[in-house]
Design a protein around this ligand. Structure first.
Ligand code: ADP
Length: 248
């Protein structure tokens, strides 16, 4: 009887979770259209009437454009977040060498502008969703470059086999993280470092955690302030016979 009750409670929980996901998806999706209007009319005013405004007027428009852009990033992030479960692909063998090549292409501008050095060894093949793994490592490498402090960023990737899983780590020598904050940075909209200095949405690591969870793995960080950070994720090996070879 206890088992039946637990099963019912679990079903109820899953259903309400699903409703919440659908809500998040619909809400962020429906917010896109009015935001597009705000952005395009602001741009129109700026282009057509910018010369008629005084310096204050032009500055106010620029603030509004900034705000609209930030909102766009957040909505895009929330949409990506709510799509992890609903729009994931079935797992297949994914060559992480190819994933990191794509990540380097995605981040080319950031890499060149920051003069970053990436050390990426030959990497294994895991079982997963290649698009989501690309998003995962794009976020981790982009953060490793972003939170680098003053020196040109140096990012080192490593892989280690543990039973049926691979542990992939992304290490930087940047500003680091206080261990007391190490858990909450994976929550939605949690940001530790100043808005003036760093821009971001606080959604990247929440997205990473969600992707890793769908792959039946873990994500964590080892860091000290001023000593850099190492983000590690576990992912199912492609050659393992475990039931981790399909989405959880
Ligand atoms: P953001 O869009 O702000 O980068 P994330 O969810 O990716 O959001 O990261 C959350 C916060 O965790 C960041 O705002 C930053 O304070 C901290 N953080 C993430 N990666 C690193 C890193 N490699 N080194 C230091 N701090 C980091």
């Amino acid at each position: 009887e206890t088992v039946a009750r637990l099963e019912a409670a679990n079903r109820e929980f899953e259903e309400s979770n699903e409703r919440l996901e659908q809500f998040a998806y619909a809400a962020s999706h429906d917010l896109q259209e009015p935001l597009r209007m705000v952005s395009s009319y602001l741009t129109l005013v700026e282009n057509r009437y910018g010369d008629d405004l005084d310096a204050d007027g032009r500055e106010f428009i620029a603030f509004a454009v900034d705000g609209a852009n930030r909102m766009r990033e957040m909505i895009d992030g929330l949409l990506a977040y709510s799509r992890i479960e609903t729009q994931g692909e079935p797992f297949e063998p994914v060559d992480l060498d190819a994933v990191f090549e794509d990540v380097e292409t995605d981040l080319r501008i950031q890499i060149v502008e920051s003069d970053a050095t990436l050390e990426i060894p030959s990497l294994p093949t895991v079982s997963g969703d290649s698009n989501q793994l690309r998003q995962l490592f794009q976020n981790l490498v982009s953060n490793a470059i972003e939170y680098s402090g003053d020196d040109p960023p140096r990012v080192t990737v490593a892989a280690e086999r543990n039973g049926s899983h691979w542990t992939i780590s992304v290490e930087d020598e940047g500003i680091g993280i206080d261990p007391a904050d190490a858990d909450r940075i994976f929550d939605v909209f949690q940001r530790l470092h100043g808005r003036e200095e760093y821009d971001g949405t606080g959604l990247g690591l929440a997205l990473c955690e969600r992707i890793v969870e769908r792959h039946g793995g873990d994500i964590w960080v080892d860091a000290e302030p001023g000593e850099g950070s190492t983000f590690s994720v576990t992912l199912p090996a492609a050659d393992s016979e475990s039931d981790a070879s399909q989405p959880v």
